[in-house]
Every structure is written in C-alpha cells, then in structure tokens.
Design a protein around this ligand. Structure first.
Ligand code: 3PG
Length: 217
C-alpha cells in the first residue's frame, strides 16, 4: 500500500462531505443539459455535482460546468483508473469519486491534487483506505451492502472513517443515513431524473434539490 505521504496532496483538502447533505450523481447523455442542470441544482441549494464518467459527453460536460457555473463544485464519478483521474482533472474536475479502490487508483487520486472519495464496501476495504491516510470515503453500493444499519454497526470499531454512502438511496431514506455520526453526506441520482432532464424541467430539478438541501438545516 502507498504511505500517507504518497497519497495525500501536500495541502490537505477541505472536507468533501461538508459541501452539501446530498451529492447529486449524474449520468448525462446530452451535453446541452450540463449547464442548465448545474444552475438548477445551485438554485435549489445544492452547490455540488458529480458527473459519472459513463457517457461519451461526461468530460465535455465537466469542462462546460467548470467554465460556466463557477458557483458549483464539479467532480467526476465512476473513476476506475489512473487515466480516468488524469483526464477528469484536466477537464476541470474539482474532486474525484470511485466505486472501489485499488493501490494504483488510490495513488493516482492522491497525486491528482484534488480531494477524492475512494469507494469501500467492507471493513477491510475501509481499513485499507485508512492505512493510506484517507479518512473520507464513499460507501458503495450502500443499500445492497447493508445500508444505514451496516454503517451504524461499524461506527464504533472504525471511528476514523467518514462516509458518503451512495447507491440505492432515495429522498425517503437519505435522512436515516444523515443521522449517523460517521456519515457526512449521501450521494444519489434521484436529483437528476432522466425524464426531467429530457423535458428540460429545470424548475422541477430545483424543487427536488431544495428538498434535499433541507435535509441538513
Ligand atoms: C452511481 O454510481 O450510480 C451512484 O451510486 C448512484 O446510485 P443511485 O442511482 O442508486 O442513486
């Protein structure tokens, strides 16, 4: 495993988990939706967006949001390889999120110079990430991996770890995660539903974002 000094950038980043109670996780098919979506989320009180690197337009969408919506913190999700990390940061990503973590990926994300959330789903994976000097991480896929009950159960044995659970979380279940001491925020795709994106219903997305923003007064 890389040591702490191998992984963490020289300047410790601010906490990613404090940007908003909910990080909108977005799978974007149409580049034209990127900027209006980012503006709709900001208008609802969520100044953060994670663009998954799963569609051909993802990097261009990152670039567009970074250039045109400076009030949002834009990051890349589904970072699977060191090359993804490099490409995302070159496109303007201000943070990186991965579904899991390998030693190479941890090192690359640490070298990227931006904050990052490596994915974990087991106690051993959490301990591996902690050994690398990283205390904030994604818990994925949250619901399928044991949900809020699992995170509650590991809060005492591994108190140094803080999580952004993501995967299967809804507007109805988010609060049960946010009530836990080891959860800083949750991630979810319910903020940018495909039907509202295709309809260009930006007011509808702002309304969903406002409800999510209110989860942490
Ligand atoms: C993902 O990577 O797709 C996120 O975990 C989002 O999961 P969700 O669609 O279940 O919110």
């Amino acid at each position: 495993m890389p040591s702490t000094s191998d992984v963490l950038p020289a300047t410790r980043p601010r906490s990613l988990l404090s940007l908003a109670p909910v990080v909108p996780v977005v799978v974007l098919d149409d580049l034209a939706h990127a900027v209006p979506l980012a503006r709709a989320l900001v208008a609802g009180g969520l100044p953060v967006i994670e663009l998954t690197l799963r569609t051909p337009v993802a990097l261009d969408a990152l670039r567009a949001i970074a250039a045109e919506v400076p009030e949002i913190t834009v990051g890349a999700g589904t970072v699977l390889t060191p090359a993804h990390a490099e490409q995302a940061v070159a496109a303007g990503a201000q943070f990186l999120v991965s579904p899991g973590a390998t030693p190479d990926l941890l090192r690359a994300m640490g070298d990227s110079g931006v904050p990052f959330l490596p994915g974990t789903a087991t106690v051993s994976e959490v301990m591996t990430v902690l050994e690398a000097g990283v205390t904030e991480m994604k818990f994925f896929p949250a619901e399928a991996s044991g949900g809020a009950a699992y995170l509650k159960a590991i809060a005492s044995p591994v108190p140094a770890a803080r999580f952004c659970p993501t995967g299967g979380i809804t507007a109805a279940t988010a609060a049960s995660y946010l009530a836990l001491p080891n959860v800083g925020c949750v991630g979810g795709s319910w903020l940018a539903p495909r039907d509202l994106l295709e309809a260009g219903d930006w007011a509808g997305i702002t309304a969903i974002a406002a409800e999510a923003a209110a989860l942490r007064p």
